[in-house]
Design a protein around this ligand. Structure first.
Ligand SMILES: [Cu+2]
Length: 121
């Protein structure tokens, strides 16, 4: 098959496959009361694929000095959503900011520290 035609078909079948700087996908699973995801990542553009595998509503927030990103809507049990974040080197706090104080999901365990390291070659 003609190489140009083949690449056009690939672009149609896999939109995004031609992007120069494709984002990396990170799977995140939310349950009671845990956020399951990597705690160290290299810097880069990420698409966090967040699934609520629990029995309560959950959400996800990623924050440090210069950045704060949160899902627009809380996830009901079984729902999945995506959050695109450009992570620069640094330490981030990742949590589920639902509830308050001792009833807050963070305090129950839905909180972790994400370390984004420098690129080492
Ligand atoms: Cu939660």
């Amino acid at each position: 098959m003609n190489a140009i035609l083949a690449s056009v078909i690939a672009m149609l079948l896999f939109p995004g496959s031609w992007q120069i700087n494709p984002e990396k996908v990170v799977e995140v699973t939310l349950t009671e009361w845990k956020i399951d995801m990597p705690t160290t990542l290299p810097p880069g553009l990420y698409n966090f694929k967040i699934t609520n595998a629990g029995h309560h509503s959950h959400t996800l927030k990623i924050k440090n000095k210069g950045l704060e990103r949160k899902l627009q809507k809380d996830l009901k049990p079984g729902e999945t959503s995506e959050l695109k974040v450009n992570l620069k080197p640094g330490v981030y706090r990742v949590n589920c900011p639902i509830g308050f104080g001792p009833f807050g999901h963070s305090d129950k365990g839905m909180e972790l520290q994400l370390n984004v390291g420098k690129i080492t070659r």
